[in-house]
Structures are given as C-alpha cells and as structure tokens.
Design a protein around this ligand. Structure first.
Ligand code: MN
Length: 735
C-alpha cells in the first residue's frame, strides 16, 4: 500500500490502530459496500492529509478518525455519516475537490462534505460568529447529519483544546457554550451537552472546575458506599418484575454542581444530590409504561417519595423526545436522592438524541414534535431581514425550552416553548394574526397579551385590523418567530417614518451639488448608524441635524469630512488619566506587549484583580476592556465577536490596587454586624473599603462591599477571613 511512504512507521501504527478502533465502534449494521466506502474514505483522507499535523504534533488524519469515532460511538450514526466525517476537512484543507468526492462516494456524501466545508470557511472570515451560526442552522435544514458531524468535530476539538493558545481557547469555548451546547441539548444529545459544559467551564472558570473535580474525587468512596446502601433493599424486589435491568449511580456533571453551589449559595459539602440513580429496564415497547410505573412503586415503597418532585416524561415526552420517569425520594440518613426510571429504548434516545429516534421512529409517541421544531427553525432562517445577531439571541432563547401544550378553539394541540405568552401563540397561528392581535381569551376569559400560557389552556385570539406591533411587544414574547416578525414589522414602520428624513437628506446633498448614492453610505458611518434606514429615521425624528453636513468640504462628487473629525482609533494610544489605573505601572501584557500602549480599562461587570485569568475585549466605542474569563458577559462576547478578543496577562509584580466586590450573607443578630465586618477588613487585614451597603430581611442580612486589593491572593484571604466571622453564612465574589 502506498501509505507506507507517506507516514513514518511509528505514526502508521498509531493511525491504523485508531482506524481499526473506530470501525469496531460502529453500531449500525454495515453491508459490504458500506465497509468498502469507509475504507476508501480513510485511504483518501490519510493520503490527502499526509503532510499536515495538528497543533499537538500528531498526524492530522487522527482528527477525522476521532470525529468519525464520535459519530459512530456516541451519536450512533451510520456509514454515510462516517464516510463524511472521515472526509470532512479534505476539501477545506487539501487538494481533493468536491467533484472527486461525488465521483467516488456519491451525492449525499458530497452534499454533507460541502455543507461542512461551507461552515468551516466562515471561520476564515472575520464575520461575527452569529452569521456562522445561522449557516449551521441552514445546514440543519439541508441534512441534519451535517450538524451532527459538526457537533462531533467541535467535541473533538474541545477535548484536545489544551494545545491551543489561551485566547483562542476562550473564543472557542465561548462559542461552544453559547451555541453548540444549547444546540446539543435541543437535539437531545445530553451526554455531549454535559461534556461541552464541563469542557467550557474548565477553560472559563478553571478554579471552580478543579476545586469541584477534586472534591468529587475525594468523596468518591463514601458516595459509592451510599449508593450501594440505597440500591441493596431494591434489588430482590426488582428481580421479581421479571425483566432484565441495570442500575447506575453516576455523579452529575461538574457544571451542574457548580451551578447549584452558585444559585443556592451552598457549599459543596451541603449538596446531597451529587448523583442520580438510574434504573434502566429491557422491556418490549408495549409494556414500557406499565413496567416503569411498577418500578416506581417499588422504589417508593422502600424509600419515601417527595410527591412534588415526580416528573412524568413518559406520558408527555419533552419537546426534544426525552422520555423518563423522575422522582426524588428520601434515602438512608435522610438524604434526598433523585431516581430516574426508563427503558433501554428511552435511554438510547436520551443518550444519543434523535439520531436514535430514527431507529425507533414508528414507536415514538409524538414523532412530530421534533419536526415541528425543525420547521420553526426553517421559518426563522428564511425570515428575510433577521439580522444575524438578533437571530442568534432569538434562537438561543428558544433552545433550552421544553414546551407548554395548549389548544386552539378547534381543539388542535400546539406546543410552544416554556414561558410563551398569548402573543407568541397568536404569531404561531399566523403572522397576520400576530400583527393584528388585539386581545386574548384564555378558557373564555379575557387576559392581557403577555399572559403566560399554562398546560391545557384553550386560547382564542381576537384581531383588529388597526392594531400593529410596537416596541413593547418585544418584551411580551419569547419565541424567535414572534420576535423576528415584530422586529421586521417595526423596521417596516421605521422605513415609512424615515421617508421624510430621506427627502431632507436628498435636498441637502442636492444643494451641496454632490451625488446622493456616492455619499449616503459614508454619512451612515459618520453618524454611527447601522443602516440607511436608521439614518433616515434619525434625521426625520430630529436626532441627527443636517446642519452638520454644512461643515463638510466638497471634492468633485464627494463630501469630505472636516479635518478635525478623526474617527477614534482604539489601538495604541497612551491612556488618559484613569484613577483606577496608572499607565506607567504596566501591569498587563496585551497580545504579548506592554499594555501601556493600549487604552484599556477594567470591566465593571466582573472587576478583575491581579492574578485573575483575564482577556481583553476590544469594544466598538470605549476602547479595550479587561474581563475575567469566567465573566458571564465574556461568554456572550466570545461567542459573538471572537475576533475582537485579545490575549491579556498580568505582569508579575505591581502594587496597584484593584476594586473587588463581595456579597456577604449572614444572620442579622443586631447592630454589631456592620462594625464586625468593617473592623475585620480595615483593622485586622489592613484593607481599604471603598463602599459598603447592607440590607436586612427576616433576620438575615445581605451586604455588598467594594474593597481595594492588590491581587487575587489578598482577595481570597479576605474572603476566607470574613467567612470565619460569627453570623456570616457565605461570602462570594460577584460574577
Ligand atoms: Mn475538523
């Protein structure tokens, strides 16, 4: 074989081993042609990539093999997807053409590889990730396998991300957590979603991540003992049910544990549901429901249930197809334990998403729920003037929702996202019904337009031809469809209102004797507007004064800006005086250079201090901002404008002060509290307090303290000391 000449003997062994392992992991049935095609795809790809290496130094071909392995093993895809995964980077990075792929592997592989290449090409441009994401979704509508392979590609890149430079890691993680992880959730790929979340957290909030990881490791033995104690009294009774079953007790993801600690303000040690018990039964489809409930009753006979925590997703599956019976019971030592009961079929769907749906399609209780969702995605994509970033926001908002079931007056059931309102319902019936929606009757009673739909509601919409959408409506809807329709209708209105402004501008330019077309776009930029429509509108409502154009010089057919008005440059200017930062201290390095060359400031949303993991974000108007990598804003920024992110690192020494903000909660035991807290900070620790406010509520207090610290270590010492004070329950730094 000619491969021998392309790779070193050592690499050839590694590659062949990886390939064989991948082929073995295929779960779908493969016929002779499938096997031949997979082999051929492997040969084509390894030849094409033979001169390339990954950042880690490995031969590049190991990446497509790993992506194919994820498709086969973790998503459960078949031959066509495996062939496409092996070839996914070939057209993009090598000399192989789409024509050759079509010739060798046929149209469907060619279409998928083409879709994946188009997605990748976008990374090369500086277009915002939002634009890219819109493309991801368009491909979802073409062939859903494109998105599934893209998920696998992203998962492998995330798993091997440590060989990338830190600021690139941040950009990729931001996009993953903002776009890919919600999408994985929506596609029902729960395992992949959890892994995305953990991998992102490891990059964006490494301290918390490793702290929890270590604690999970330390408590592993006692947790396993507990699980055994919980399961033992169940097994003899489960045996009697007469179907094979297995029980697992896996810990929850680090991300979900961290969320719980953050949201509930508790310590790791206080969280008892670190794991969920899962009972998975091998039962014929017909008996599924009956047997699952039988098992539920066995569990609750032994361990006392908490009735409010029962969730029946077998009778009504989630919108992404998830089926399972969840309950929480009181286990040994009085601890709450979550128990999930499901069948092997349900488990496969839960683990591998709707790829597994296809296999079981005939038996799925609500096979059209996912199709409905796909249709609404298609509609959103096709909506003509949805701006890419608005689209991303609208769409992300819809991704995590599970759905509320309501009825039309004719008794047709409709599924809308959780928190959807009457107005959302109107738009989901038809855009015209939405535009002219005047009032809403819920179960024959009038309710406001923003009425939140409840399961089982019957909704009637009353329309009025004179009614039209306004800005307030945007706050009354949650569905992407309604929001984008309202926006485009408002844009239409703006356009009409702007006609006057446009005419005024035309007159002005005519009086200056210059061409309209040649100058209008320059003026859009000059007045910092996003489009011509916005410019006309701002002129017609008087926010932009055309007198300013009088200052422009005329050169031939064009207006030239007056010399003083230089568009501000954000890079490389020595900073103005900012009390919180001294340019000569040079405490930061930006992109490897001394930071005093840049005008930068510390972001107020997360107030980084020396020692925090940080990055720079180039804003459009206010220069370079330094954020902590675990700042919630950072994720959004990284996902939308990855190209604006700059690498930032602290210099080793400096004595400058930073402002950090703490939230302190505790028991309010009288007037001594404030004294105790401030005394500890200023006298015992010698730190300066910038501001301090405190609120009391039902015997508890919540204080907010801003203090000056030189670095993260000093801040952590202060937090630890405050936590030790009597009456203090918790101290956290704001995120
Ligand atoms: Mn790739």
């Amino acid at each position: 074989m000619q491969e021998a000449t392309l790779y070193s003997a050592e690499n050839l062994v590694i590659i062949k081993k990886a390939y064989r392992k991948m082929v073995k992991s295929v779960k779908a049935e493969l016929d002779k042609t499938d096997k031949k095609n997979i082999k051929l795809a492997f040969e084509v790809a390894s030849k094409a990539h033979s001169k390339q290496y990954r950042k880690s130094g490995e031969p590049y071909i190991l990446h497509p093999i790993a992506v194919a392995q994820i498709c086969a093993e973790e998503i459960g895809l078949g031959a066509t997807a495996i062939v496409s995964a092996l070839l996914h980077d070939v057209v993009e990075d090598t000399e192989v053409t789409l024509g050759e792929i079509e010739e060798k592997f046929g149209t469907s592989v060619c279409k998928i590889v083409d879709g994946l290449t188009k997605l990748d090409n976008l990374y090369a441009t500086i277009s915002p990730q939002a634009e890219n994401f819109k493309k991801v979704l368009s491909s979802l509508a073409t062939d859903v396998r494109i998105v599934l392979i893209k998920m696998a590609d992203r998962l492998h890149n995330m798993r091997t991300i440590s060989s990338m430079p830190p600021h690139k890691q941040l950009k990729i993680a931001g996009e993953t957590s903002h776009v890919y992880s919600p999408l994985a959730h929506r596609l029902g790929l729960y395992n992949i979603k959890s892994e995305f979340q953990d991998l992102c957290m490891k990059i964006m909030d490494p301290d918390t991540f490793f702290d929890i990881a270590q604690k999970l490791q330390e408590t592993k033995d006692s947790r396993n003992n507990y699980i055994e104690e919980f399961i033992n009294p169940l097994t003899s009774r489960l045996d009697l049910v007469g179907f094979p079953y297995r029980i697992t007790g896996r810990p929850k993801s680090i991300y979900s544990i961290a969320n719980k600690i953050q949201n509930k303000g508790v310590e790791f040690e206080e969280i008892y549901d670190l794991f969920a018990i899962r009972i998975i039964l091998d039962v014929p489809v017909k008996k599924e429901k009956q047997v699952c409930w039988q098992v539920y009753s066995i569990v609750t006979d032994v361990h006392k249930p908490i009735p409010e925590r029962l969730k029946d997703w077998i009778t009504t599956p989630k919108a992404n197809g998830y089926e399972s019976l969840h309950t929480t019971v009181i286990g040994p030592l009085g601890r709450f334990v979550e128990v999930q009961v499901r069948t092997e079929r349900m488990d496969e769907i839960a683990e591998r998403g709707f790829a597994a749906h296809w296999k079981y399609k005939t038996n799925t209780p609500q096979p059209n729920v996912f199709d409905d969702w796909l249709n609404s995605v298609r509609e959103l994509i096709e909506s003509p003037d949805s701006d890419a970033i608005e689209f991303l926001d609208d769409f992300s908002a819809n991704l995590f929702s599970e759905g509320v079931h309501v009825f039309t007056p004719q008794g047709d059931m409709m599924v809308l996202p959780n928190d959807a309102t009457g107005l959302d319902f109107a738009f989901s019936i038809h855009s015209d019904v939405g535009y002219h929606c005047k009032s809403i009757k819920v179960n024959n009673k009038l309710e406001p337009l923003n009425y939140k739909l409840q399961n089982g509601d019957q909704i009637q919409i009353i329309t009025d031809r004179n009614q039209k959408p306004n800005k307030a409506w945007l706050k009354m809807v949650v569905t992407g469809k309604a929001r984008s329709k309202i926006r485009s209708s408002m844009k239409e209105e703006k356009k009409k209102a702007g006609e006057v402004g446009k005419e005024a501008l035309m007159r002005k330019l005519r009086s200056k004797k210059v061409s309209f077309e040649e100058n209008v776009d320059m003026l859009v930029k000059h007045f910092e507007q996003n489009s011509r429509v916005e410019l006309y509108y701002e002129i017609s409502v008087g926010n932009i004064n055309l007198k300013e154009i009088g200052k422009f010089k005329v050169e031939g057919n064009k207006l030239v800006k007056p010399p003083k008005e230089v568009i501000p440059q954000v890079t490389r200017r020595v900073s103005k005086k900012d009390p919180t930062h001294d340019p000569h201290a040079a405490r930061l390095k930006i992109e490897g250079e001394v930071a005093s060359q840049y005008e930068y400031s510390l972001a107020k949303c997360c107030s980084p201090v020396q020692g925090d993991d940080v990055f720079g974000y180039l804003t459009a108007t206010t220069g370079l901002k330094i954020h902590r990598t675990n700042c919630p804003n950072a994720t959004r920024l990284a996902a939308r404008y990855g190209y604006r992110i700059m690498k930032a690192q602290w210099e080793s020494t400096s004595n400058t002060d930073f402002i950090a903000e703490l939230v302190i909660t505790g028991i309010d035991d009288g007037p001594g509290v404030i004294e105790r807290l401030t005394h500890n900070i200023s006298s015992d620790q010698g730190l300066n307090i910038r501001s301090f406010s405190i609120d009391g509520l039902e015997g508890k207090f919540e204080g907010r303290m801003k203090l000056f610290v030189t670095d993260k270590d000093q801040l952590n010492l202060a937090i630890a000391a405050l936590k030790k004070l009597s009456g203090v329950i918790n101290v956290t730094r704001i995120k």
